[in-house]
Write a protein that binds this ligand. Structure first.
Ligand SMILES: Cc1cc2nc3c(=O)[nH]c(=O)nc-3n(C[C@H](O)[C@H](O)[C@H](O)COP(=O)(O)OP(=O)(O)OC[C@H]3O[C@@H](n4cnc5c(N)ncnc54)[C@H](O)[C@@H]3O)c2cc1C
Ligand SMILES: *[C@@H]1O[C@H](CO)[C@@H](O)[C@H](O)[C@H]1NC(C)=O
Ligand SMILES: *[C@@H]1O[C@H](CO)[C@@H](O)[C@H](O)[C@H]1NC(C)=O
Ligand SMILES: *[C@@H]1O[C@H](CO)[C@@H](O)[C@H](O)[C@H]1NC(C)=O
Length: 535
């Protein structure tokens, strides 16, 4: 790709000349997701007046995307507010009267398997059998015990042994398998069912982690992700309301949609270039010539800035960091980007004319008996659907109609994204027929699904600490450039926020909000003298 030409008239100076010398610092925020909007809001409230938000897509919200169909709102991205007291998203929702109901926080392996209290999960096998309730309960208890053990590696600094390969998946599979096999009370048939269930639980867990499988998730770091106590809430009128509330306090003119950023020229690299190429009569406003940073947009506009807050996802950074920053990012930053993990978790909503499930069933969990002895879970392309771990029943039907919400992650989610609606709907229905033992389930009336993995503005759903990375890499990702210790150039030229930059709350909406506020606070502190006595 050709670089845009730097010309004097590609930058425009909104400030009158009298203000130029004493102008306010210019801050450009890249991305209008929760992190970017929270940063912009905090900057404006802190007294900054020259703030611009550049968003690649035609909407605000990023990985919060509520789709309204009929009377109901479906969440393609974030769904639950995890925890209450101290969760800024919860407080926003509560203060604005958005919360109607709670889903009990019975620990249900963390984040997505938040089966509502009304009803039970049906664990079905590929031979069309329902696994008896007592077997499911015994297995759940065992699994949760082992889940508790995974937390101890971080929380108590317990050393990881070589066999577990520092992976949650390897460790969990090994320990649960040993315990299942050693249980003298179970028949061989029950043992086989439980062995198959391990794989299904690990699929659910990796949908929650947004990893390809739990074999990629670091065991020693797993316990650092911190749960805020309290119930898990949904927002009946749509999670996007949170985004709209944040955006309400930001003047419309601040946010530019359909404005993808191509390259961030920092370290005065453009200024130097201008000095070198442009003749000194250029009508580029004098003060812009010295700008520390120039944000080059895909439409070839160059926007001068003193500070840029980058909120694009870790997936976008992985894919594009080489071309997105000029000069390139320091090695330490690149290492953090490469080591930390992000993969895809997608949702598949199927709307049926009539429910084929019983009213007490709140989810359908797919247990493949042939996977009892499998190690890692990677399938040939045509068997991508074996990675779908479950379908939740959306509740209440008066609000949602008869809708199932399915989960799939990893490589197989990317394959699903490439299929057309018809194929996905057909494949899912066939799977439901097989597992329920009911060959007469009609095709769904409607299908709606996400595609976070292949979307070039996201390249994944949310981050996790991959085997080989640690919380220290999250700190490195979050560190502003240039690094103070290695540079005499102006500080905080390029700053990083977004879900993946929060050490304890990564992968969440509250992590994103707090990370935006954190970067705004750095600038407010840096300019406290200026902000306290405005000119
Ligand atoms: C399927 C799914 C389910 C989830 N469930 C939950 C949940 O239940 N609870 C919860 O708390 N969290 C959940 N999350 C996570 C939560 O949605 C995210 O952590 C959070 O929304 C991320 O916000 P962000 O601002 O960091 O990033 P984003 O929302 O990704 O914002 C970054 C913005 O940058 C834009 N951008 C990218 N590249 C460029 C560019 N070159 N130029 C300009 N703009 C660019 C993007 O378009 C995007 O709008 C879920 C996420 C997914 C995908
Ligand atoms: C796991 O740990 C939690 C909190 O420490 C505890 O309440 C729960 O009973 C434990 N569960 C099992 C199955 O051991
Ligand atoms: C930034 O610019 C200075 C001075 O021109 C140079 O010494 C330094 O190496 C540059 N830093 C990077 C990361 O390019
Ligand atoms: C997810 O993981 C798969 C398998 O390792 C990989 O092919 C893919 O590129 C990853 N990334 C995303 C965005 O899903």
């Amino acid at each position: 790709m050709q670089s845009c030409e730097i010309s004097a008239d590609s930058t425009d100076d909104p400030l009158s000349s009298g203000l130029r010398r004493k102008r306010q610092p210019r801050i450009v925020v890249i991305g209008a997701g929760l992190a970017g909007l929270s940063a912009a809001k905090a900057l404006l409230e802190g007294g900054f007046t020259d703030v611009t938000v550049l968003e690649a897509t035609d909407r605000i919200g990023g990985r919060v995307q509520s789709v309204r169909l009929g009377h109901a709102t479906f969440e393609l991205g974030a769904t639950w507010i995890h925890g209450s007291h101290g969760n800024p998203v919860y407080h926003l929702a509560e203060d604005n009267g958005l919360l109607e109901e709670t889903t009990d926080s019975e620990r249900s392996v963390g984040r997505i398997s938040l089966y509502s209290k009304n009803g039970v999960a049906y664990h079905l096998t590929n031979s069309g059998q329902r696994i008896p309730k007592d077997v499911v309960e015994e297995f759940s208890d065992l699994y949760n015990e082992v889940y508790n053990l995974t937390q101890e590696f971080f929380q108590r600094g317990k050393p990881v042994n070589a066999e577990s390969q520092n992976s949650v998946g390897v460790f969990t599979r090994d320990v649960v398998r040993k315990r299942v096999k050693a249980d003298p009370d179970d028949t061989e048939a029950v043992k086989r069912l439980k062995l198959a269930m391990i794989q299904q639980y690990l699929k659910v867990e990796s949908c929650e982690s947004s990893s390809h499988s739990m074999d990629e998730v670091s065991l020693s770091e797993f316990g650092e992700w911190t749960e805020i106590p309290g119930a898990h809430h949904v927002i009946p009128c749509g999670f996007i309301k949170i985004v709209e509330i944040l955006a309400r306090s930001i003047p419309k003119s601040v946010i530019q949609l359909r404005k993808p950023v191509k390259c961030i020229h920092w370290n005065q690299s453009v200024s130097q270039e201008i000095e070198r190429v442009a003749d000194h009569n250029s009508d580029l406003p004098e003060e812009n010539k010295g700008s520390n940073v120039f944000v080059e947009c895909e439409d070839c506009e160059f926007i001068p800035a003193d500070h840029v807050i980058v909120t694009v996802s870790l997936g976008v950074l992985k894919k594009r960091h080489e071309s997105l920053f000029h000069p390139r990012l320091p090695e330490e930053k690149v290492m953090a980007i490469e080591k930390l993990g992000i993969n895809t978790t997608d949702k598949i909503f199927l709307e049926f004319e009539e429910p084929f499930w019983s009213s007490e069933c709140n989810s359908i969990q797919f247990v493949w008996e042939d996977e009892a002895e499998s190690e890692s879970l990677t399938y040939p392309e045509e068997l991508w659907y074996k990675k779908i771990c479950s379908f939740d029943v959306l509740y209440p039907p008066e609000r949602y109609g008869h809708v199932l919400s399915g989960w799939i992650c990893g490589e197989e989610a990317l394959i699903m994204e490439k299929c057309d609606d018809e194929t996905v709907a057909e494949t899912c229905t066939e799977m439901l027929r097989k597992f329920t033992g009911n060959p007469n389930i009609p095709k769904p009336r409607r299908i709606l699904r996400s595609s976070w993995g292949s979307n070039p503005h996201f390249r994944g759903s949310y981050s996790y600490t991959q085997v080989g990375s640690s919380g220290a890499d999250v700190e490195k990702l979050a560190k502003p450039l240039p690094y103070a210790e290695s540079s005499k150039s102006p500080p905080m030229q390029v700053m990083f926020s977004g879900e993946a930059t929060h050490r304890k709350y990564y992968s969440t909406t509250h992590g994103a909000v707090l990370s935006g506020q954190r970067e705004a606070a750095r600038l407010i502190e840096m300019y406290q003298d200026l902000l306290q006595c405005p000119t």
